[in-house]
Design a protein around this ligand. Structure first.
Ligand SMILES: Nc1ncnc2c1ncn2[C@@H]1O[C@H](COP(=O)(O)OP(=O)(O)O)[C@@H](O)[C@H]1O
Ligand SMILES: [Mg+2]
Length: 212
């Protein structure tokens, strides 16, 4: 569904080739600073490679309108942004920003149940813990119902037990909608359990080091 051809990014990524399959869960692992978030950002055109090409459904990314692409491929950022409103406002903001109709309360509650966040829609999001905020941001992405879920370390603030329980439900929900998941994770249990395809990103030379 996405294909990277000889993609480089400054000294961080050097002529990489990879492919992500439609309706599958692909897990990307690798060292910190290795370029994992950079790859996800390529896929919704938040970043453009310095060399090489990327294709989405065989179309080169440069020929696809960014707004259109971001409707289909929605990113959960590594440090998601919430604002100090209610849970409901934070859930609706993704739809609002993409100029879509608000979701009815039942759908909001269902999204909270999927991520195991037991809060009322009217509760303030200010006092949520880091793990709760992360799940709220994940629920927001689910409500946007994209074709492709670009998840950057979606469970980094959750404990081992909770992360598996949450991802179990999230992935089941995505599968019911025939969605595709491309997920960066540091968690071996998550990659082992949910990764239908796995990509381990090799750390490459630092700027100034020599290629052999
Ligand atoms: N827009 C950018 N321009 C240049 N370098 C960047 C840019 N964004 C990130 N980097 C650098 O790229 C490297 C890889 O970052 P990142 O993709 O966030 O790694 P990871 O997610 O694997 O930890 C880091 O050293 C980071 O500082
Ligand atoms: Mg990262």
């Amino acid at each position: 569904m996405f294909r990277l051809e000889n993609v480089s990014f400054y000294s961080i990524l050097d002529s990489i080739n990879m492919e992500f399959s439609e309706e599958k869960v692909t897990c990307i692992t690798g060292k910190s600073g290795g370029g994992k978030s950079t790859i996800l950002k390529f896929l919704n055109k938040m970043l453009i490679p310095t060399e090489g090409r990327i294709f989405y459904k065989e179309r080169p990314l440069e020929s696809i309108d960014s707004v259109e692409l971001r409707r289909q491929a929605v990113m959960l950022q590594q440090d998601p942004v919430l604002f100090d409103g209610s849970i409901e406002e934070n859930l609706q903001i993704g739809l609002k920003l993409s100029k879509r109709a608000p979701a009815p309360p039942e759908r909001l509650k269902e999204a909270l149940q999927i991520v195991l966040l037991e809060k009322a829609l009217s509760d303030s999001s200010e006092k949520l813990s880091g793990g709760e905020k992360q799940r709220l941001a994940l629920a927001r992405v689910l409500l946007m119902n994209p074709s492709v879920y670009l998840l950057d370390e979606p469970t980094s603030a959750l404990d081992r037990g909770t992360e598996v329980a949450v991802m179990e439900r999230v992935i089941q929900s995505v599968k019911e909608r025939n969605g595709t998941v491309i997920m960066v994770t540091h968690s071996e249990p998550i990659a082992d359990r949910f990764g239908e395809d796995k990509i381990h990103l090799q750390y490459r030379k630092k700027a100034g080091e020599h290629n052999e």
